[in-house]
Design a protein around this ligand. Structure first.
Ligand code: BUP
Length: 455
């Protein structure tokens, strides 16, 4: 007799950085024979999200798809389109109970995005089932989130204090690494979403973390010993959350196949940020000057559907001609997972979105951290501290100042040529893979969570 399996609904928020870990966890649960329903907010903001969702269900027909129609929201003041979509999703949550009421077998748990924690609690309470948050950032940034209600107080925001101290953590958080909207009392949707949800975290059953003990051991322990904040739910490291073998556009791969081992620098600033035009030109010069091969995924706008500029316009024809045999520049979606695990890739210039950091960790690829906003400076610190890569603090938040080509070239050379750095990154990779293999720390945590949810 097979024991009854749980039925878990997963509910991501807008943006590939949020969707990706949910899809991966859905596939992991499915591999553990769990019944999975994936709630897919519609319409998606980016083409990458809708394409990825379609491909995901094509290869996982046993996972149930439940489209959730988001009522459009127009904020009184302009804001980031992805944060507007988070707000719209929250404002539409009254549509969820009727949608899930007829699911069979009945749900035994929800794994939802942190940005809807407060509004999910009454829904899961009414159903009498636990709600877990599947966190899309680092444990260290979670510690900043835990203190976010205090960050805009005059004692912190207006004083010369240059760091904050978080109980249980030996290293302070530099104020310069905290996203500026969290230090300003104001109306940014990012800050208000964090502030309105963090207070509900104490009511969730657990926080599933895309991280692993080796990478963030001190912070995970501090949370679980109730040192960071009394009454915080268990922080459960299940990462690096493994890929699910999605077949995507593989077009840079034939080119990579022809390059020598560890010779190519992969450059990507994630799915939702574009560098300024001047910074794009300076980065192109840096790549050219470094002399290293490169594969650059270039974005010219925040939302892919609106990103219409041609490579020629962004980079100039002469750069593309000059570097024709050295590198390729791609516009559009690539399979980053396939790239990072390709033997030809020897380094990664990354904005340090948390998924990207965990993917680089899993494959032991040295990172040159170039954080742009949000949690990315805190994540960059972890990249540096773990040995996964380098971070040039002086570059500030991306866009704050223009970093010139010469400086960029110098750092690229270090990340591609320093054997000590490569060795350390390789070690991070070994630890990451150990965590997710059978009997590894993260795999055991996931198995325990699943067992605890068996009806
Ligand atoms: Br771009 C790009 N292909 O072309 P992050 C990204 N990705 O597979 P973000 C691709 O999207 P946040 C591409 O591997 C990662 O899993 C990438 O998430 C994948 O950054 C994900 O790294 C991007 O967390 O999100 O999207 O900027 O704002 O949450 O940091």
């Amino acid at each position: 007799n097979q024991p009854l399996q749980p039925h878990i609904a997963l509910f991501p928020s807008a943006g590939m950085g949020h969707l990706t870990p949910f899809l991966r966890v859905a596939a992991m649960l499915d591999a553990h024979n769990v019944n999975v329903t994936l709630i897919t907010p519609q319409p998606t903001l980016s083409a990458a999200e809708s394409d990825t969702i379609d491909s995901f269900f094509a290869i996982h027909p046993q996972i149930k798809r439940l489209d959730f129609h988001v009522i459009p929201y127009n904020p009184p003041t302009p804001d980031d389109p992805f944060f507007i979509q988070w707000e719209a999703t929250n404002r539409s949550l009254h549509l969820l109970p009727p949608l899930i009421s007829s699911l069979s077998p009945p749900l035994t748990a929800f794994f939802s995005d942190f940005s809807m924690a407060t509004n999910m609690i009454p829904i899961t309470d009414r159903l009498g089932i636990p709600n877990f948050i599947l966190l899309t950032t680092s444990a260290r940034f979670l510690s900043v989130m835990a203190y976010s209600p205090f960050l805009s107080s005059p004692e912190i925001s207006n004083t010369n204090m240059n760091h904050i101290t978080i109980p249980g953590l030996t290293s302070n958080i530099p104020k310069s690494s905290i996203p500026p909207p969290l230090l300003r009392p104001g109306k940014s949707l990012f800050a208000s979403t964090l502030a309105s949800n963090i207070l509900s975290f104490s009511k969730v059953k657990g926080i599933l973390l895309n991280s692993f003990e080796f990478f963030e051991s001190e912070t995970i322990t501090a949370f679980n010993n109730d040192q960071v904040q009394q009454g915080f739910p268990p922080v459960l490291p299940i990462g690096p959350i493994s890929p699910y073998g999605l077949v995507q556009d593989h077009h840079p791969l034939p080119w990579l196949n022809e390059q020598p081992a560890k010779s190519v620098l992969y450059v990507s600033f994630g799915s939702r940020t574009a560098l300024s035009k001047d910074q794009i030109k300076a980065l192109a010069e840096g790549l050219d000057r470094s002399g290293h091969r490169f594969l650059w995924v270039l974005k010219g706008g925040k939302v892919d559907k609106e990103d219409k500029e041609e490579l020629d316009e962004l980079l100039g024809h002469s750069f593309l001609e000059r570097t024709r045999n050295k590198g390729i520049v791609v516009k559009g979606w690539v399979s980053q997972e396939d790239i990072l695990q390709h033997p030809a890739v020897g380094g990664f210039v990354s904005h340090c979105g948390w998924n990207s950091v965990m993917e680089a960790a899993l494959h032991g690829v040295p990172v040159l951290a170039w954080p742009l906003h949000g949690d990315q400076r805190i994540n960059a610190e972890l990249v540096e501290k773990s040995g996964l890569g380098l971070w040039e603090r002086e570059w500030g938040w991306g866009g704050e100042k223009l970093i010139d080509g010469e400086e960029i070239a110098e750092k690229i050379k270090v990340v591609m040529e320093d054997e000590v750095l490569r060795g350390k990154a390789c070690n991070v990779g070994k630890e990451a893979r150990r965590a997710v293999q059978k009997d590894g720390g993260s795999e055991k945590v996931l198995a325990q969570v699943i067992n605890s949810l068996k009806p």
